[in-house]
Design a binder for this molecule. Structure first.
Ligand code: CU
Length: 156
């Protein structure tokens, strides 16, 4: 298997922040996520893996927190394999600042068009408008071993 994948990071709402995200599988359940983006000087931008799609819905609670993007760079190891990130619809959202977590300034789609958004306890359903800051502190969820997700048939 190709141990490393590169996917684009795209701007949201005209932020002008774009770049590249590299996923490198380090072990059976270990992946390094490296983000490299253009960004305003001095910015300190939280980043998380979320379930969802950049051009659709993204669950408010992070699935895996990542190191803040500082000087345009963030490197984090997370306890999951690359194929698992790609089979289910995962994104990396980059947020404007610690104070403005509800503002997403860039997004990277980790998975491809066949990916599905799973339903269940970890998935959509607990979104409360106006509480995104609180929801971003919910970092406890861990992936279900063996995963209930299976690739969906391609949609038209
Ligand atoms: Cu987030």
């Amino acid at each position: 298997m190709d141990p490393s994948r590169s996917v684009p990071v795209g701007e949201r709402d005209g932020s002008g922040i774009v770049g590249t995200l590299i996923m490198t599988q380090l072990g059976e359940h270990r992946t390094r996520i490296e983000i490299k983006v253009s960004q305003p000087a001095g910015a300190d931008m939280p980043a998380h893996v979320h379930l969802g799609q950049c051009n659709g819905d993204v669950t408010p609670q992070p699935k895996y927190p990542l190191a803040n993007v500082q000087d345009g760079r963030s490197v984090t190891e997370i306890p999951v394999a690359v194929p698992e990130l790609e089979t289910i619809a995962h994104v990396v959202n980059i947020h404007k600042s610690n104070e403005e977590l509800n503002v997403v300034v860039a997004c990277s789609q980790l998975s491809w068009s066949h990916a599905i958004i799973p339903t269940g306890p970890d998935a959509v359903g607990s979104a409360v408008p106006g509480a995104s800051g609180a929801m971003h502190s919910m970092h406890g969820s861990s992936p279900a071993p063996g995963g209930a997700a299976s690739p969906a048939p391609s949609q038209p």
